[in-house]
Design a protein around this ligand. Structure first.
Ligand SMILES: Nc1nc2c(ncn2[C@@H]2O[C@H](COP(=O)(O)OP(=O)(O)OP(=O)(O)O)[C@@H](O)[C@H]2O)c(=O)[nH]1
Ligand SMILES: [Mg+2]
Length: 308
């Protein structure tokens, strides 16, 4: 259901090397003393885990190692660190449960947003392929009315994966494209509508207002929709992404994060910061530019891959 473990591990190479490789080195043979703890903090913060999260993880680690008297045993300290990190992201549900609930209503409407260039359009192409591949009837709505080239690319991907496609007539505004798409989906028996939007800075008030309008208008076409609001975050920007996320979340009620470009960064620790500081779940991760390079986020596998 998720990536194969080998593919995930390969996708996370940069983060793994700068994170786990260094942790192992720092723990050396001496175990966990104060000097080691402060070097560990540097490493965790350096992988964009965030200061608050790193401090919490390390204070638990310190307490636990002292309590159980294993501070000098590197392998045991490592395994304790791994379970501390898992406790941030792993919960009771399985990633598959999430997709099941996604299709609990028909159509399920997903509004996709984020700053410029984070990978919204690409991720929608990948998701369309994923859902269509599992037999769902997918409709992609190009509510990004700005960039003709991007709209064409999305149309091509949608059609290739067998998804329907709705785009703007000239001069149509993004909210009305979304309205048309959701109305069409209700008539056609569509399972899921993926609404692409133009990238925008979270600091531009008028553009955020435009998104709020898209969201409202979707609700007029189908009460209760959108059922999901997914924020696409570029992992390479690390902690800055967290700031964007907070603003989008405040204004639009983000229900899940799609984290892209994990393959190109050593800042994969941002996954943990999103979980612990934003309280919104990462649902999908992207580890490459090809259509098959996006998968459900499986927290257990993710942490295992970081330590592998
Ligand atoms: N390496 C890598 N590149 C990715 C990933 N996801 C997207 N990209 C690349 O990121 C670039 C921007 O992707 P788009 O999908 O156009 O981004 P967008 O958010 O739709 O951009 P705007 O609509 O302009 O805001 C493209 O070159 C994609 O190939 C990923 O998981 N890994
Ligand atoms: Mg786009």
């Amino acid at each position: 259901m998720g990536f194969s473990f080998e593919k995930l591990k390969a996708g996370l190479t940069k983060t793994r090397q700068s994170f786990f490789g260094k942790v192992r080195e720092v723990l050396g043979v001496g175990g966990l003393d104060e000097a080691t703890l402060s070097r560990l903090e540097e490493i965790l913060v350096g992988s964009d885990l965030g200061v608050a999260t790193a401090e919490r993880v390390l204070s638990h680690l310190k307490e636990e190692t002292q309590r159980s008297g294993i501070a000098r045993d590197r392998e045991q300290v490592l395994s304790l660190l791994k379970s501390e990190i898992k406790s941030i992201v792993v919960d009771n549900g399985s990633p598959g449960d999430f997709e099941e609930s996604l299709f609990a209503q028909k159509p399920s409407v997903v509004l996709v947003l984020g700053v410029n260039g984070t990978g919204k359009t690409t991720s929608i192409g990948k998701l369309a392929r994923r859902f269509a591949g599992s037999g769902k009837k997918v409709l992609v709505a190009a509510s990004d009315t700005f960039r003709a080239a991007a709209i064409e690319q999305l149309e091509l991907w949608a059609k290739r994966s067998g998804a329907d496609f709705v785009k703007a007539a000239s001069g149509q505004d993004p909210a009305s494209v979304a309205f048309d798409a959701v109305s069409a989906a209700q008539k056609r028996g569509t399972d899921i509508v993926l609404v692409d939007t133009a990238g925008r800075l979270h600091t531009k008030t008028n553009l955020m207002e435009e998104l709020k309008k898209v969201k409202r208008v979707i609700g007029k076409a189908l009460p209760g929709a959108p059922h999901e609001v997914w924020l696409v975050l570029d992992a390479t920007v690390g902690q800055n992404g967290l700031l964007q996320a907070k603003t989008f979340h405040q204004d639009l009620g983000v229900t899940g994060v799609v984290l892209t470009k994990l393959d190109g960064t050593a800042k994969g620790g941002i996954v943990l910061a999103i979980a612990s500081e934003l309280g919104v779940k990462v649902r999908y991760i992207g580890i490459g530019e090809k259509l098959e390079d996006l998968e459900l986020f499986d927290p257990e596998d993710f942490v295992e891959a970081l330590f592998a």
